[in-house]
Ligand binder design. Sequence first.
Ligand SMILES: O=C(CO)COP(=O)(O)O
Length: 122
Amino acid sequence: MRIALVAHDRKKDDMVALATEFAPLLRQHTLMATGTTGGRLQNEVGLTVERLLSGPLGGDLQIGARLSVGEVDAVIFLRDPMTAQPHEPDINALVRACDVHNVPCATNVATARVLLGEVARR
Ligand SMILES: O=C(CO)COP(=O)(O)O
């Protein structure tokens, strides 16, 4: 599967912990991530990740565009609901694209675990 991984700054530690836990599974799939998230996943977890632009510079939109043409199968997007983001429209566009195209999108760690559990079953 092609899995996109995105985390806001205050959720990046959670993403690293999640990815570390699921690293053997994630290594079997094609991963992409927004810039800063991807850098941490490469450096701290050792995953091979295609790094797109940072979220505020258009990374969410890149993932949304790929998803819209069938190039992304699942999204783990650990959003920070407590912090205003300058690129809120981009964030909403990505989540909307998931809903438009019926692509699973986990926006918190609990749902990400369910999603990755399902990925592991396939
Ligand atoms: O802002 C983001 C998602 O909206 C994440 O981008 P970075 O991974 O580059 O921090």
